[in-house]
Design a protein around this ligand. Structure first.
Ligand code: ADP
Length: 186
């Protein structure tokens, strides 16, 4: 008889979540997530950095995808990146908070991890989606990121490691504080 696997404890889940300060293009994980725009044809910020580091074949691959709606995710190879795959997701532009921004941001994290799971990937690195040019308030975005990821990991044990890569000091502090809050609450 197949025994149901015991559900993961909050401690197990939190052990899978790491916060670092650094450049996502340097991460040696199965997939890095790109905060892309709906065209998927490259831009500034983390998107520009990923395209520069991956080389021109990434743009060619993105052209084949035909864009991506906000909150959804699509996958390509990583080409010259240390990561094997790039998951491209499109975060919402902050427009005051009454345009489904929070739900759409949560969907970015969930759909990226679903895609990783479908491709049998075990480690995924995320940037702070929408908190740059798209101006999503950092604390809210961080809370959504961590809540959504921890909920996903609870019911999807195949993902072993999620790294939150913070580019600046402000986002690093915010992520560390939010992770501590979640630890205390669980
Ligand atoms: P968005 O348009 O979704 O707001 P941005 O690229 O403008 O995307 O910013 C998203 C986040 O990514 C910001 O916190 C920004 O500081 C961060 N960022 C920019 N470059 C990198 C990088 N090389 N590695 C990790 N994070 C980065």
């Amino acid at each position: 008889m197949i025994q149901p696997s015991p559900s993961a404890s909050p401690y197990d889940i939190l052990r899978k979540m790491t916060v670092i300060r650094g450049d996502i293009t340097r991460q040696r994980v199965d997939a890095i997530v790109n905060a892309a725009s709906t065209s998927l044809l490259g831009g500034g910020g983390v998107d520009g950095a990923i395209h520069r580091a991956a080389g021109t074949r990434l743009l060619e691959a993105c052209r084949q995808l035909g864009g991506c709606p906000t909150g959804e995710a699509k996958i390509t190879l990583g080409y010259k990146l240390p990561a094997s795959w790039v998951i491209h997701t499109v975060g919402p532009i902050w427009r005051g908070g009454d345009q489904q921004e929070e739900q759409l941001l949560a969907r970015c994290y969930r759909n990226s991890l679903l895609l990783a799971e479908q491709h049998h990937l075990r480690s995924v690195a995320f940037p702070a989606i929408s908190t740059g040019v798209y101006e999503f308030p950092l604390e809210r975005a961080t809370h959504i990121a961590m809540t959504e990821v921890s909920q996903f990991l609870t019911s999807h044990p195949a993902i072993e490691q999620v790294v939150f890569v913070c580019f600046g000091e402000e986002s690093y502090r915010c992520y560390i504080e939010t992770l501590a809050e979640i630890q205390i609450a669980s």
